[in-house]
Design a binder for this molecule. Structure first.
Ligand code: FAD
Length: 288
């Protein structure tokens, strides 16, 4: 099923993200955890591509097995910056052969210190979007950044490039995680004003393990609101309490988003079935 049809439907959508294993020895345990998340029957699931230390080789196989075993629609992430055009086409062939209809087209991170090279096959996600559109048959999404992409000189410029990406054929956008809904509402206002009309899926990361989040925050440059900082400060040395408090904080964000008319929320569930299950249970009546 195409993601655009799921998120355009009247019913609010709640989806989960998983990442593939780093090595073959952890494949089975990660697939098992991803399966436990899929057994919750979320609106859809996404599988990252080489992000969070995972290996890109496993993205399609994990997504394909989940879709086959649990009938949950899958969104396969695909990055282009470290790939040739032939490599990207091989991945698109594999995604199509696996029966996956949805691709999140991403640039990927540039290795530290490297500058974009003239001879690279891809420089920006919009080029991958164009290629995937020409390839045909996929519902294509892209990433967006309510606090601005860290490499962008200004949010205005970032939004101009975002518009180009949508014009290249992105049917929906998923946001980078944010911890203050007002940042998201403000971003939504700016992109609508800029003429970007595609549905936006709000990305929410439950902060259940401080060490994990610290690395992500360093990479993304996200702001942590005072309320979340004091929660982390108070509970970070008590893992069960930190987990409970983090789930409560994320639930409050999700309820507020649905209450303000946001139709689709994607949870960065970090391969953690108990976090995904608790969040889904907390909003079960809202997403019915
Ligand atoms: P782009 O849309 O290409 O934007 C990157 C930067 O280039 C921005 O600053 C933009 O303003 C600028 N830009 C765009 N076009 C132009 C232009 N024509 N001229 C000048 N500047 C331009 N990474 C992974 O490796 N694997 C994953 O699975 C993964 N999943 C993700 C999922 C989500 C929802 C998000 C938000 C991010 C994900 N990432 C993943 C991280 C992503 O790859 C990085 O954030 C990367 O740095 C940017 O990717 P992008 O697709 O947003 O790039």
């Amino acid at each position: 099923m195409r993601i655009i049809d799921i998120i355009r439907a009247e019913k609010p959508s709640l989806s989960f993200e998983v990442f593939p294993p780093k090595t073959s020895d952890t494949y089975q345990s990660i697939e098992k955890k991803a399966g436990q998340i899929a057994s919750l029957s979320p609106s859809y699931m996404s599988v990252t591509y080489g992000a969070g230390g995972g290996t890109s080789d496993y993205t399609v196989s994990i997504a394909a097995n989940l879709q086959k075993s649990f009938s949950v629609p899958m969104l396969a992430h695909l990055t282009c910056i470290n790939s040739t055009r032939e490599g990207v086409h091989r991945q698109l062939d594999a995604i199509r052969a696996a029966g996956i209809e949805n691709v999140l087209a991403l640039r990927g991170d540039i290795a530290e210190g490297a500058a974009p090279q003239a001879d690279w096959d891809y420089h920006y996600a919009s080029e991958l979007v164009r290629d995937a559109v020409a390839y045909g048959g996929f519902c294509i999404g892209g990433a967006c950044y309510p606090e601005g992409h860290p490499e962008s000189p200004s949010q205005r410029e970032d939004i101009l490039h975002l518009k180009e990406k949508v014009e290249a054929g992105c049917e929906f956008l998923t946001t980078q995680m944010f911890f203050d809904n007002d940042i998201f509402y403000n971003f939504l206002y700016k992109i609508r004003e800029a003429g970007i009309t595609v549905p936006i899926v709000a990305g929410i990361m439950p902060v259940t393990n401080y060490k994990q989040i610290a690395r992500i925050i360093t990479l993304s440059g996200n702001l942590l609101p005072r309320r979340l900082l004091s929660l982390i400060d108070h509970f970070k040395d008590n893992p069960p309490a930190m987990k409970q408090a983090g789930i409560a904080y994320a639930t409050e964000q999700i309820v507020d988003l649905f209450a303000n008319g946001v139709g689709a929320v994607h949870v960065y569930s970090m391969n953690n079935p108990s976090v995904a299950a608790k969040i889904q249970e907390n909003v079960s009546e809202i997403i019915k």
